[in-house]
Design a protein around this ligand. Structure first.
Ligand code: HEM
Length: 383
């Protein structure tokens, strides 16, 4: 399952092939941002992250070919469900501390999770069934999205043309992993990057200057620009350093780690947040300094245990390529299209956070976007 995802579905090659679908969704999200109005940065970015994930997954909202393909039928519903799931995952559950209480579901968390799982299941089942219907009797028809690749990889049909129930279940799991796996952490990190940039004018200026140089003030950011945006890349890495949280592994067999006996089935938490702030490894660990990443010494693969926002080793995040692209692309598009300012009287930014795979902002960032003007020509960027 993991191999299918990593090698075939969200490999760099597969992601390159559906670049245009992501770009369309991000551009649409940028167009929806209202200039001059206080804007929730998380909400604006979340829409772009989820819509571009769904666009490349099944060509948009999930409509069938006969209904216009990309109609955003499910996108809003899906976004809402992911939002609710994130809130639910963030709620402390007494059953985690006292497993004997699990069956009583004292806080109703289990019940809500089951309902949400059913909603996801319904949406994904509809999308897949629509696609299968569209493909029926149309050999050789190609949709340029990941659902097509998934269907090919998974071997979709039995003699009646329907997915075998067992593979259908696995298949839905894969789709769910891609559709909802990293939207929330990726968006949270974009929100943190904006917070850090609004807090440091010099860093913000450097990012925007680089964007103007590489993309050009008149153009729209495209994904191929990303590899030339070295400073933006360093900003994203520095954001990951300071704002990822903890990760968990479950021991499949008894083992000893750093002298501690870990029994089979025990959950071990790795405090990446603390590792990334350890003064033994990082100079000025609490300061936001993207320059520390400019020499290319650290990658996202966790090659150095000093920097492992996506984990490391055999179970490193399979969505890494996608998450990296989305974070950089959405952030670059937001910064290139608008100059962001804090609302009057809100000069002091709030940096408090709460625990998770990434550390969530306690107080959501609200900022005002102003369309960027071309310095010399004095005209606004047009979309
Ligand atoms: C910025 C966004 C993201 C962050 C910070 C993140 C972080 C992580 C981390 C820390 C792990 C555990 C790795 C380990 O134990 O070594 C993980 C696993 C995983 N991630 Fe992500 N992730 C992100 C985005 C995504 C996306 C976009 C997807 C789906 C396309 C995804 C799918 C997965 C899956 C399926 C696993 C489990 C892998 C396994 O157990 O083999 N993640 N992620």
């Amino acid at each position: 399952m993991r191999k299918v995802l990593a090698r075939e579905v969200i490999s760099n090659q597969a992601l390159d092939a559906c670049r245009a679908l992501r770009e369309g969704a991000v551009l649409a999200g940028i167009r929806e941002i209202r200039a001059g109005e206080p804007t929730g940065v998380f909400e604006a970015a979340f829409k772009m992250v989820v819509d571009s994930t769904l666009a490349m997954l099944w060509g948009g909202g999930g409509g069938s070919e006969s209904e216009g393909g990309g109609a955003p039928i499910f996108a809003a519903e899906y976004r809402q469900a992911i939002g609710e799931m994130t809130v639910l995952l963030g709620r402390p559950n007494v059953s985690d501390a006292f497993p004997l209480l699990t069956r009583f579901d004292l806080q109703g968390i289990q019940g809500q999770a089951t309902k949400l799982a059913k909603r996801f299941d319904c949406i994904i089942t509809s999308v897949i069934e629509r696609r299968l219907k569209d493909l029926e009797g149309k050999e050789g028809m190609v949709f340029k999205d990941l659902l097509q690749i998934l269907l090919q990889v998974q071997g979709r049909a039995d003699a009646t043309g329907r997915l075998l129930s067992d593979s259908f279940l696995h298949f839905k799991g894969l789709v769910l992993d891609v559709a909802s796996g990293g939207s929330d952490p990726a968006t949270t990190l974009i929100e943190w990057a904006m917070t850090e940039l609004l807090n440091d004018e010099k860093v913000m200026t450097k990012v925007v200057q680089e964007l103007d140089q590489v993309v050009g003030p008149n153009n729209v950011v495209e994904e191929h620009h990303l590899k030339e945006l070295n400073y933006l890349n360093a900003v994203v890495k520095e954001t990951c350093r300071l704002h990822v949280g903890i990760m968990a592994r479950v021991a499949s067999q008894p083992c000893t780690v750093a002298g501690y006996a870990v029994p089979k089935g025990a959950t071990v938490f790795i405090n990446t947040w603390a590792i990334h702030r350890d003064p033994e490894f990082w100079a000025d660990p609490l300061q936001f300094k993207p320059e520390r990443f400019l020499d290319g010494r650290f990658d996202f693969m966790g090659s150095s245990f000093q920097f492992l926002p996506f984990g490391s080793g055999r179970r490193v995040c399979v969505g890494l390529n996608l998450a990296e692209r989305l974070m950089k692309y959405v952030l670059a598009s937001m910064l290139h299209s608008f100059e962001w300012k804090l609302p009057d009287g809100e000069e002091k930014l709030d940096f408090s956070d709460k625990l998770g795979v990434v550390a969530k902002k306690v107080k959501p960032l609200v900022a005002i976007p102003f369309p960027r003007r071309l310095g010399k020509l004095g005209c606004e960027v047009q979309f």
